[in-house]
Design a binder for this molecule. Structure first.
Ligand SMILES: Nc1ncnc2c1ncn2[C@@H]1O[C@H](COP(=O)(O)OP(=O)(O)OP(=O)(O)O)[C@@H](O)[C@H]1O
Length: 626
């Protein structure tokens, strides 16, 4: 099924719509509706959209306000982000208004996306950034894919994005999940992956908050009760107070049913007995299997799980703090002690290591164990700040310093770190033009905001990190050697996970997660040990969290639940799949298998539901088996 118009048709449609003001044919109707809304707002597709990124402290407020959404989405964000690296893409979580709360994945693409302001703290609502998947999905309240030239603004044509809205159990639109990548790289299954991710997040929202209420779980297929495909209805007394999309669809209802319908309005039956499984006929005629529970559901791990990363109170951070206790071996612990003494003694340090090996966690530990633990820790990812904004973000600006500057001016991240520790992550990606300015700040310990004003004294301790060989960059003039010697007065190299005692690290990380009685089975452990972890600790944490999300409390977790990238590394007796596949493939396959289950094994129906061809589904989900 062709979901989006081929490129040539879209280009023709652009000409007709933007240059001749005509109604183009062949464009997906949701894209046309979005273009029209944008045109009505007076947007000019050839101009740049008006971007107003919010400041770091405002972003922190948004993070706090959306704390629950972020926590509940974390397993999907981690699983998709680890793997998005393979397809040069980013997984993005926004709030209900389209403000980007989290964006992670491929650092190379993150840089390009940041160039068009697709990054944290920027609103991707249709009303500000024109036709895009996040904005359109929020307006249309359904999953939408926007490819290349289907974006309204010319500058966004480098993107291909798939997004789906996230509804809470009361029907409030609380966010969107999005996968964005290069328009030039086909992202075949993004929409299915996103739909599957949103199903999981919305399903997790019913895990708590309904103590003492009647929770009815239903599906036409009894096997799917208890999965993220099930319908969920919550009753207070007889009144329907919460539901998920699957339940509403099964019963042919919409969100208006909440608060206005009773159990008797929905079903051809008086009441359900607690526990056990019953068959019910909905008033719409549908026959479903249903269970009723009224337990006090388990709480989702609270904000401060024991073992959260040590965090200074009120410490602002340009990136959100990893909510996880670091696992360091004896050698890294020894380095950490040395690093704390150096930083306390005002000696800047440079942390080097492969992506995901814990450079930021190490820096946070240096701060938490040092003399400035109660002062701010400000983390700045130099690779993720758009080049045009990095100067203003770092050094701050005076009122009216440039077009689009906020009226009140901005203090800048350097001054937010005043009194505390400034962590410059990916320092190797700092634009050369700004290196001279940074050097002056480091030397003078004073910062002058853009647009003039007096230099303000700066009292910071500096920690930098990079996965690049900066020393080599200095020989090609990509990095100033005078700055290098200022920042890297002491260098710490963190080892990749494959060089560590993997069994010890896996055990220690697993022990820090909220396992609720789950155990790792022998085959799963063997596969985890055999894998060489190119994504290092980040990949390991993501995989272990995915295992938690996919299993039930008390269960022994088997290798079957592992993404194929990991299970492929298992020793010969564990039946590896024929061809190695990335974890993203595994997620795609999961989504396909869920669709097949939901469609009772009907390949054509499942393919239609996913928007892929039957042959793709056959090949990817069933491995071509008959
Ligand atoms: N030592 C560690 N112990 C436990 N978890 C870790 C450790 N190091 C990293 N992690 C996990 O990996 C994630 C990423 O870690 P971190 O951001 O510190 O890596 P990094 O080396 O800075 O990565 P990048 O170079 O991509 O920025 C953390 O949020 C955490 O879940």
């Amino acid at each position: 099924m062709e979901l989006t118009a081929p490129h040539a048709d879209v280009m023709r449609a652009r000409q007709e719509f933007f240059d001749r003001g005509a109604v183009p044919e062949g464009l997906p109707p949701e894209i046309l509706r979005s273009w029209r809304r944008c045109a009505e707002r007076g947007f000019d597709s050839h101009a740049d959209p008006r971007i107003e990124p919010i400041g770091q402290s405002e972003l922190r407020d948004f993070h706090e306000r959306n704390d629950e959404l972020i926590r509940l989405s974390r397993p999907e964000l981690e699983a998709l982000a680890t793997e998005a690296r393979d397809t040069a893409s980013l997984v993005i979580l926004t709030d209900g208004a389209g403000l980007v709360l989290d964006a992670s994945g491929d650092p190379g693409f993150a840089g390009k996306a940041a160039g068009v302001a697709l990054r944290r703290g920027v609103k991707w609502a249709e009303a500000s950034t024109g036709t895009n998947a996040i904005g359109a999905a929020l307006v249309e309240r359904r999953p939408i894919e926007v490819r290349g030239s289907e974006h309204f603004f010319d500058s966004h044509r480098i993107l291909t994005c798939a997004a789906a809205p996230i509804f809470d159990p009361r029907g409030a639109l609380v966010g969107a999940l999005d996968l964005s990548g290069h328009a030039a790289i086909p992202q075949l299954h993004s929409l299915s992956l996103i739909r599957h991710g949103v199903d999981q997040i919305e399903h997790r929202m019913f895990a708590h908050g309904f103590d003492g209420r009647d929770v009815v779980r239903l599906h036409a297929d009894p096997e799917l009760i208890g999965t993220s495909q099930e319908g969920v209805l919550v009753f207070e007394g007889a009144r329907l107070v919460a539901a998920n999309r699957h339940a509403l669809k099964l019963l042919d209802l919409d969100w208006n049913a909440l608060g206005s319908r009773s159990f008797g309005d929905l079903f051809d039956a008086g009441r359900l007995a607690l526990g056990g499984e019953s068959r019910l006929r909905g008033r719409s005629g549908v026959l479903v299997h249903a269970t009723l529970t009224r337990s006090a559901p388990r709480a989702w791990p609270s904000k401060a799980v024991p073992g959260d990363a040590p965090r200074a109170q009120a410490a602002p951070a340009a990136s959100s703090a990893p909510a996880f206790e670091a696992v360091f071996d004896a050698a890294v612990e020894a380095s950490l002690k040395r690093a704390v003494r150096l930083v306390d003694g005002d000696v800047p340090i440079l942390i080097q290591g492969e992506t995901g090996c814990g450079k930021e966690m190490f820096a946070r530990a240096v701060h938490a164990l040092g003399a400035r633990a109660s002062k701010p820790f400000v983390a700045v990812n130099c690779a993720a700040l758009p080049e045009g904004l990095i100067e203003a973000e770092l050094f701050g600006y005076e009122h009216g310093a440039f077009t689009g500057a906020r009226r009140s001016g901005s203090k800048g991240l350097l001054r937010e770190a005043d009194g505390g520790v400034l962590f410059l992550d990916e320092i190797g990606d700092m634009p050369v033009a700004l290196q001279a300015r940074l050097l002056r700040v480091v030397q003078d310990r004073a910062v002058t905001p853009l647009g003039g004003g007096k230099p303000a004294p700066l009292d910071i301790r500096l920690v930098c990190a990079t996965h690049r060989d900066i020393r080599r960059l200095t020989s090609s003039d990509a990095f100033r050697s005078d700055l290098y010697f200022r920042l890297a007065q002491f260098t710490f190299a963190l080892p990749p996970l494959r060089d560590l005692d993997r069994t010890a690290v896996i055990d220690a990380v697993w022990a820090r997660l909220p396992r609720e009685g789950r155990r790792l089975g022998r085959d799963a452990l063997a596969a985890l040990r055999a894998h060489d972890w190119p994504g290092n600790h980040r990949e390991l944490v993501g995989v272990l969290k995915a295992l938690l999300a996919l299993s039930e409390p008390g269960e022994t977790v088997t290798a079957e639940l592992l993404p194929s990238s990991v299970s492929c590394a298992a020793p010969a007796d564990s039946d590896p799949p024929a061809a190695p596949a990335s974890g993203l493939d595994a997620l795609a396959r999961d989504a396909m298998r869920s669709a097949l289950d939901a469609c009772g094994g009907n390949v054509s129906a499942a393919a239609r539901r996913l928007g892929v061809s039957r042959s793709t589904l056959y090949r990817r989900a069933l491995g071509g088996r008959g």
